[in-house]
Design a protein around this ligand. Structure first.
Ligand code: NAD
Ligand code: MG
Length: 399
């Protein structure tokens, strides 16, 4: 079947900034812009350290500003963009400056709590934010949502499950919504015995069966902590309490998530697993634009399967639910410890099963605290990283 890209129907170019333009979501976003050059003007592009790709994107998309987070790379980026009109900047403050530029849409696609301050800077100016960076909502959900309410910012979910729910969630009939059901592919170890999980390698963990994503989220998918983070993310994006956010394993990643209504109806959004569909949805919202994602051919797919999550082999979802119910500092600790543990696993310092041990220990050892401000979040995040770092050293010693 021919894959046609429909012309964008927005009336004038939308001005967009992409935070984390060199990553997986960032590159998919750039790909969509490239296919429809008249539809967008780019205000800012940012990256952590990939000067080469950032410069290449900037030469192609002509943003007003390009920012590299790693300050030691300022000179390299400046040189790579010689002869262009692109303003070059580096460092944490410049990331926030890029996010605060007056664009129509900010794609928040930095990975981890590192994206919190830039994303908050976009929220604070009342921007429309396409939110890929789920860790922001996990580590600072209350702070973020309070700022959204104050500034009038609009959050458009980019995570495929949340985009699916957003597309079928009747915000005018919230009282008729009984539950939301997040689907999960199950990741590469869905059928693996617990005994064998101990020795899986980073390469095996990042080889996701359906999605091509950054390393961190790929490991999160393998432990299924990703689904835990997504339950927390959903609890902030949609007015549905934790006990009515269900998780369902669906290995084909065709049904991206579902919403159940009081009359028994269950509405779902379907598509092939290609992030360019939820990204295109956020880019064009409240309209629709084309995407080159392969079209869903259900006759070829043949069968869709669904099964419950095995919490014995995948305890991460339970930990995340517990953190959400505890509230206060717990989700911030969960996120920070998980980031440190995943990095420890990717560095081959700890084993795959140690990831959840590190997170669990960090949660147990952190005193209950409330997080009222972004400074509180950052302090809790820092303390949890230190604690998790100690655990990584301890587990490393045992290997
Ligand atoms: P990635 O690792 O591929 O890219 C991350 C981007 O963030 C890169 O541009 C990198 O330069 C930038 N970055 C990383 N650390 C930074 C720092 N300290 N300061 C400034 N910039 C930094 O990640 P990804 O897979 O694109 O995921 C991005 C976010 O989107 C994550 O929160 C992830 O959970 C979420 N998400 C991703 C996918 C996917 O398909 N990849 C799907 C759903 C949700
Ligand atoms: Mg997802």
């Amino acid at each position: 079947m021919a894959m046609t890209t429909l012309p964008l129907s927005t009336p004038r170019p939308r001005r967009i900034s992409i935070l984390g333009s060199t990553g997986s979501v960032g590159s998919n976003t750039v790909d969509l812009l490239r296919r429809d050059p008249g539809a967008f003007e780019v205000e800012a592009l940012t990256a952590r350290s990939n000067v080469e790709l950032l410069a290449q994107q900037a030469r192609e998309l002509h943003p007003r500003m390009a920012v590299i987070a790693d300050e030691s790379l300022y000179g390299a980026l400046k040189e790579a963009l010689t002869g262009t009109n692109v303003a070059v900047a580096a460092g944490a403050a410049a990331l926030e400056e890029a996010a605060a530029l007056d664009s129509d849409l900010v794609m928040a696609a930095i990975v981890g709590a590192a994206g919190l301050k830039p994303t908050l800077a976009a929220v604070a100016r009342g921007a429309t934010v396409a939110l890929a960076n789920k860790e922001c909502l996990v580590c600072a959900g209350d702070v973020m949502m309070r700022e959204v309410a104050r500034s009038g910012a609009v959050l458009l979910p980019v995570d495929s499950e949340h985009s699916a729910i957003f597309q079928v969630f009747d915000f005018d009939n919230v009282e008729a919504i009984e539950r939301i059901i997040l689907t999960a592919s199950g990741g590469p170890f869905l059928d693996l015995d617990l005994a064998l999980m101990k020795d899986v390698t980073p390469e095996q963990a990042v080889a996701h069966p359906n999605w091509d994503m950054g390393a961190k989220i790929s490991v999160d998918s393998a432990t299924m902590m990703n689904k835990g983070l997504e339950v927390i993310e959903a609890s902030y994006l949609f007015p549905v309490p934790e006990d009515r956010i269900e998780v369902l394993i669906h290995p084909q990643s065709v049904v991206h998530s579902l919403v159940g209504y009081a009359d028994g109806s269950v509405l779902a959004q379907l598509g092939t697993p290609d992030m360019r569909t939820p990204i295109a949805y956020a880019l064009a919202w409240p309209r629709r634009q084309g995407s080159p994602a392969a079209r869903l051919d259900l006759a070829r797919v043949g069968q869709l399967t669904f099964l419950p999550l095995d919490s014995r082999r995948f305890p991460a979802l339970g930990l995340a639910r517990q953190a959400l119910k505890s509230g206060g500092a717990a989700p911030t600790v969960l996120n920070a410890a998980n980031e440190v543990a995943v990095q420890g696993f990717l560095n081959r310092e700890i084993g795959f099963l140690d990831i959840i041990r590190v997170v669990s220990e960090a949660l147990d050892r952190t005193p209950r605290a409330s997080v009222a401000t972004v400074e509180d979040v950052i302090a809790v995040d820092r303390a949890a990283r230190a604690l998790a770092g100690e655990q990584v050293v301890k587990f490393r010693g045992r290997r």
